[in-house]
Design a protein around this ligand. Structure first.
Ligand code: SAH
Length: 394
């Protein structure tokens, strides 16, 4: 077994059970991509077993902090079984859910979503790439699903020196799927959609918008970065008068239209804008438009902490514009899915956007990723999705 020796003092984060070892922390030792290594402190004490990744800044990702643990097929089967059992225990009322959420489930780099009896997996790090076959077999075995589609086309693969791979890894079948979320029907395609086909992490936030719409009776709703319109369906099904969906992806907007029809929602209550959100918000401000509720769910603007400053300006800009479009009593649902922007920083950005817009707002609630995208105290990066519900004061 190969081993990695850390530089003096660099054992602290592993001792706190944070699973990442950065390249700068390694004093000596190397291994093949994904190979299991023993990680020792500078003094030679065992810290963890991990997967080595020669191309990545995150040089080693820990599998286990127990010296007696063997990293073998049984380890993966057991860890997967526990992650999947946790979701069963959560009793999520949807036929689409996340079964494995990477580091937060003890499997760094692995994402597995289940859509009906089809699994979709993303192997985002050298370690899980090396154990791909074992993981795929175990997943089919544990879930009883006959097929698994690989969506290893996320940009993180390049950081790990891995090529993009997509296609059926086990079995095959249709890639189109009809998700049933909160009783709404939402079409998606696991091969063509973003991520594994859908943003399952926003399930609870869509329900929150739905409930607010029912209670407050929003007339005009603006859904920015709508993708396939999960929030648009939620608002219309809650009785919103009219929903404007903006996205820069034509196919995503086409799917919004399909999803409205699937739910028996009248297209006359909808506007679809294939446009840039920032430019559209500016135009609406110039035109003096107002919206009773606005959803701002931008893509990941700061994938890592290094991008945080520039991203902070971009977040502030769209939030400032959105505040200007809210009448008194109007409600803003604003999100950030950037791992590089923490909860506190996000709150500061939104607060200063409000100040710049000259709008005083009350926080009605906080939102986060759905429970099948768990967070753990040892891995704060897992809390990537955060949101605020704000009401413009009267
Ligand atoms: N709210 C969605 C998920 C949003 S993902 C849901 O609940 O499913 C972010 C979306 O922003 C993507 O669909 C992407 O196409 C779109 N997008 C990215 N940059 C954009 C821009 N500058 N203007 C408009 N849309 C953009």
């Amino acid at each position: 077994m190969k081993s990695i020796r850390l530089k003096p003092g660099k054992e602290r984060s592993l001792l706190r059970r944070h699973p990442w070892v950065f390249d700068g922390a390694v004093a000596r030792g190397s291994a093949d991509p994904g190979e299991t290594v023993r990680i020792d402190s500078h003094e030679g004490e065992f810290l963890a077993w991990g997967a080595y990744s020669p191309a990545s800044k995150i040089r080693v990702r820990a599998w286990s902090f127990e010296q007696a643990q063997r990293i073998d097929a049984a380890f993966f089967r057991d860890t997967l079984r526990r992650a999947i059992a946790l979701r069963e225990r959560m009793g999520i009322a949807s036929n689409g859910l996340r079964l494995v959420h990477g580091e937060s489930d003890g499997l760094p780099g692995l994402v597995v979503d289940r859509y009906g009896d089809t699994l979709v997996a993303q192997f985002g790090a050298a370690g899980v790439e090396r154990w791909k076959d074992v993981i795929a077999d175990a997943l089919l075995d544990i879930t009883g699903c006959p097929r698994l589609y690989e969506r290893s086309d996320a940009s993180v693969r390049a950081l790990e020196g891995l090529p993009e791979v997509t296609g059926w890894l086990r079995g095959d079948g249709p890639t189109a799927f009809e998700l049933q979320e909160h009783g709404w029907r939402l079409g998606l395609d696991i091969a063509l959609g973003h991520k594994t086909g859908y943003y399952l992490d926003q399930r609870d936030s869509r329900l929150a918008l739905h409930e607010y719409t029912r209670r407050l009776g929003f007339g005009q709703v603006l859904n920015c970065f709508s993708y396939t319109g999960g929030f648009s369906v939620a608002a219309l099904a809650g009785g919103a008068g009219h929903v404007t969906s903006i996205d820069s992806s034509g196919p995503a907007l086409e799917q919004v239209r399909v999803n409205l029809t699937l739910n028996g929602l009248d297209e006359s209550r909808a506007t679809f804008l294939d446009a840039d959100v920032n430019a559209s918000l500016r135009r609406f401000v110039a035109e003096g438009r107002q919206f009773d509720a606005i959803v701002l769910d931008p893509p990941k603007l700061a994938p890592t902490a290094a991008h945080a400053e520039r991203a902070a300006r971009a977040y502030k800009d769209i939030n400032r514009l959105a505040f200007k479009l809210l009448p008194p009593g109007g409600v803003l649902f604003t999100f950030s899915c950037s791992g590089g922007i923490g909860v506190e920083l996000f709150h500061k950005i939104v607060a200063s956007a409000g100040v710049d817009a000259g709008v005083d707002a009350a926080i009605l609630g906080r939102l986060g990723g759905a429970c099948d995208h768990p967070m753990t105290v040892t891995f704060p990066e897992g809390e990537y999705l955060k949101g605020l519900i704000l009401m413009r004061k009267l």
